[in-house]
Design a protein around this ligand. Structure first.
Ligand SMILES: Nc1ncnc2c1ncn2[C@@H]1O[C@H](COP(=O)(O)OP(=O)(O)O)[C@@H](O)[C@H]1O
Ligand SMILES: [Mg+2]
Length: 410
């Protein structure tokens, strides 16, 4: 595929000049032109070019803001800035704003072509990394945290956390080794993971906070975890009534996740939609944040705001957006979602009321008890990918083996 390039320059003559320099290389395609900063941003949003050639004197919006906005909107797009005089100071400012490269005008054709190719390559690497995100190994001394978050209540956070954790635990326990996966219900007021997994916990995080106010160690923490026998998953359940929520401080939560990392490879945390300090503590500690969204305008709007905030705090590959109820026919498409959010979806989970509601009512996670359904398979696939077992997750392999689900969940 050709490297798509957007030329953003106010002067028609210099656009023409750049265009004709690029024309001679067939691996490069100029997909559009823009004559001011705002237009450039709109074009990037719509076309997601690999490379933007940006004139530093672009009118409408200063070049620094243009670069910054492109960086948030389409992180995989590389910006090359053309400047009148290449002084160190302005180059440094442009690069700090997120420009991939700066070149003095007029560039030679060779310079221009090799800069575009280099920028495209580094962008492609970033694109792959952003899509793949981190994976989680089982051989490290310290476990990793996956936070499942959404600013929208009812987005499916608990549904996904519970089923993902159970799937990971089951997959990890396949070889006969004890799985080291833990699930924390951080909905301190109205946690529901215990119901979803049909657990009757003796202990909750409220008791732990009380007992461990002087400090929490692995041994103490272990007594407060509840075993999900069907999968081997260990769960730290939320308080039984909302009034205990206040007694659980950000300090407790920090200690809980840090201590869990000593004995568990992966700790999945189901969070509430409110960004209180306890939620933020977990998002900080997480290696990966799964940001759940859905095909409705309100959810999308909130997701975009959340994404912008998270991107100011964390590396882009730490945040992976997952689309829930992906098959709903509601006038918004996957492409719309990716366009509005400016990131590709890490996974898509279909809507299936019958499977999900029955599963919750019976306390039987569908990845175990209804594993052949599409919704279960999507979550199992995500679990396998996160565990770095992509090849096994592919559908072809599954078909050849007579269905990997059978193999896995018998
Ligand atoms: N993909 C889905 N298909 C059908 N129902 C779903 C799906 N995801 C979530 N639900 C339903 O939506 C409700 C809210 O889900 P939940 O996981 O509790 O959201 P959250 O934890 O984000 O508030 C639940 O009743 C659940 O049954
Ligand atoms: Mg919930």
């Amino acid at each position: 595929m050709a490297i798509s390039v957007l030329i953003a320059d106010a002067k028609p003559a210099s656009r023409q000049e750049l265009q004709s320099q690029l024309e001679r290389d067939r691996s490069i395609e100029v997909v559009s032109e823009a004559s001011d900063g705002r237009q450039a941003i709109d074009q990037v949003r719509a076309l997601r070019p690999s490379v933007v050639l940006l004139d530093s004197a672009i009118p409408g919006l200063d070049s620094i803001s243009v670069i910054e906005q492109i960086d948030t909107l389409s992180p995989e797009t590389a910006v090359i800035v053309l400047i009148e005089a290449a002084d160190m100071d302005s180059m440094r400012r442009l690069m700090r704003a997120g420009a991939r490269d700066c070149m003095a005008r007029p560039p030679s054709q060779d310079e221009l072509l090799s800069a575009i190719k280099a920028a495209h390559q580094s962008g492609a690497k970033q694109r792959d990394a952003a899509l793949a995100g981190p994976t989680f190994e089982s051989t490290k001394a310290q476990g990793d945290i996956i936070a499942v978050y959404s600013p929208q209540g009812g987005a499916g956070k608990s549904m996904l956390s519970a089923n993902l954790a159970v799937a990971m635990s089951k997959i990890m326990g396949e070889g006969g080794t004890a799985p080291r996966i833990a699930l924390v219900d951080l909905n301190l007021q109205f946690g529901d993971i215990d119901l979803m997994l049909n657990l009757s916990p003796q202990n909750t995080i409220a008791g732990l906070a009380q007992k461990g106010h002087g400090g929490i160690d692995a041994e103490l923490l272990e007594q407060y975890l509840t075993l999900h026998t069907e999968s081997g998953l260990r769960v730290l359940v939320a308080p039984s009534t909302p009034q205990y929520a206040e007694s659980i401080t950000v300090y407790t939560v920090e200690q809980v996740v840090e201590t869990l990392r000593e004995n568990y490879d992966i700790i999945i945390v189901d969070t509430p939609s409110q960004l209180q300090d306890t939620t933020l503590a977990v998002l900080d500690a997480a290696k990966m944040i799964i940001l759940l969204t859905s095909l409705d305008l309100l959810a999308l709007h909130k997701t975009r705001t959340a994404l912008e905030m998270l991107r100011q705090l964390y590396a882009p590959e730490k945040i992976q957006v997952v689309l829930n109820r992906a098959n709903s026919d509601v006038g918004i498409s996957l492409a719309d979602v990716e366009n509005v959010l400016g990131v590709p979806m890490r996974a898509q989970i279909p809507s299936d009321g019958k499977v999900v509601v029955t599963s919750i009512n019976e306390g039987k996670p569908f990845v175990l008890f209804n594993a052949q359904t599409v919704i279960a398979r999507q979550i199992i696939k995500l679990a396998m990918e996160l565990l770095g077992r992509e090849s096994e997750a592919s559908e072809e392999v599954a078909a050849k083996n007579g269905g990997f689900l059978k193999k896995l969940f018998k």
